[in-house]
Design a protein around this ligand. Structure first.
Ligand SMILES: Nc1ncnc2c1ncn2[C@@H]1O[C@H](COP(=O)(O)OP(=O)(O)OP(=O)(O)O)[C@@H](O)[C@H]1O
Ligand SMILES: [Mg+2]
Length: 357
């Protein structure tokens, strides 16, 4: 909670005008069958910020967003959006929140312009206004040229932009973006980042999920890291990264069998374990300072471990995860790495357990 307040006051967005959080959730739980997909998450998102939810596949990100957007029932805990109880006032919440992804099943044969018109009308916007809003959004998202083409001909990036445009028709003060750039090329990702920043400059609050540390880093004021339905860390991107180190030394060994020997050298030089990659012979070493890379390389040569490729990069989500959870993002095993204290909580205050019911 040590982060600069960037929320705006005075003449701000069209909502009750209180100074409360944009989102406050306590002990959110969603259970599918016996599995707690969201297992006691607390969140507080300030008006005017971009809040990132970072986590690997299956962490519970989409499930959490869907509960907050009234698209899934909240099984336990509670949530408020701009002070409005989510479970008790779904119709009000839907006015306050724009969600991308919910229009995934649009008519492929309709054009972008027709789709926006249809969404506007479905949301009760009068016909002339629906037309002008559509034109404005197509312009804002760089889709004018493609406006009259059926979206079956759209690329992934164009679809994302149309999806985001559709979620803005009613000018909601809070936008949920579920992995807005997954699968986009670097240039299109950059454009999407700019679009998201523009939304915030216009007074929106943004909650976005991502699997990418760099995206959280570029965009988010604060980030919650979730894993197995639980929040394992929260802070600014810088705070998360310093938990891991400044940079990462990426090594590919000439002899994959020498990984244990290399790991031993790393432990001796740095006092910490490397992250072993699923790819044989590859390991990543978190560094507090980039120049420690030289110490590691010299020690490896002295120990007779030969290396076929070396690079120094920024820490990846894998390193952040290993540092925070003791396992990598690719490890979806259900046991072993979490200590079990046998507590059953619905309010989940980070006991570290993973109950199966
Ligand atoms: N409708 C559903 N019925 C049963 N299980 C579900 C359902 N939706 C999600 N799950 C399970 O809940 C867990 C969390 O899923 P969720 O989609 O929230 O993850 P995520 O963090 O969004 O992952 P991804 O990055 O892959 O989108 C997963 O184990 C998933 O299989
Ligand atoms: Mg998801």
């Amino acid at each position: 909670m040590s982060i600069t307040e960037i929320g705006r006051t005075g003449g701000g967005p069209a909502l009750g005008g209180d100074d409360g959080p944009a989102v406050r959730a306590e002990g959110l739980v969603k259970t599918f069958g016996g599995h707690r997909a969201v297992d006691g998450i607390d969140l507080e998102i300030r008006p005017g910020e971009i809040f990132g939810v970072l986590g690997p596949n299956g962490a519970g990100k989409t499930t959490m967003l869907r509960m907050l957007a009234t698209l899934l029932r909240i099984d336990a805990g509670r949530a408020e959006i701009f002070g409005v109880d989510v479970a008790g006032n779904p119709h009000v919440i839907r006015q306050l929140v724009g969600v991308t992804g919910q229009y995934a099943s649009v008519d492929e044969n309709l054009t972008a312009r027709e789709n926006l018109w249809l969404f506007s009308r479905l949301q009760g916007v009068a016909a002339p206004r629906a037309r002008s809003v559509g034109t404005e959004l197509l312009g804002r998202f760089g889709l004018e040229e493609a406006a009259d083409r059926p979206i079956s001909q759209f690329s992934g990036g164009m679809r994302r932009r149309l999806d985001l445009a559709a979620s803005l028709i009613t000018r909601p003060p809070l936008i949920f973006l579920d992995e807005p750039t997954t699968g986009l090329d670097p240039r299109t990702r950059g454009q999407m980042w700019d679009t998201i920043r523009d939304l915030v400059a216009d007074g929106c609050t943004v909650l976005l999920t991502t699997q990418y540390l760099d995206e959280a880093d570029q965009l988010a004021d604060r980030v919650a890291v979730i894993d197995h339905g639980r929040k394992v860390a929260e802070g600014t991107p810088d705070e998360l990264k310093t938990a891991v180190g400044d940079s990462t030394l990426q090594l590919l060994l000439a002899e994959p069998d020498e990984v244990p020997a290399a790991a031993e050298v790393v432990r001796r030089v740095l006092g910490s374990d490397p992250v072993l990659s699923p790819e044989r012979g590859r390991l990543n070493v978190a560094l507090d300072q980039a120049d420690l890379a030289a110490d590691v390389l010299i020690a490896l040569r002295t120990a007779g471990v030969s290396i076929s490729s070396v690079s120094v990069a920024k820490p990846s989500l894998d390193e952040v995860f290993l540092a925070l959870t003791g396992h990598g993002t690719g490890d979806h095993g259900t046991g072993g790495d979490h200590e079990s204290d046998g507590h059953e909580t619905s309010g989940g205050r980070g006991t570290g357990t993973k109950e199966n019911r």
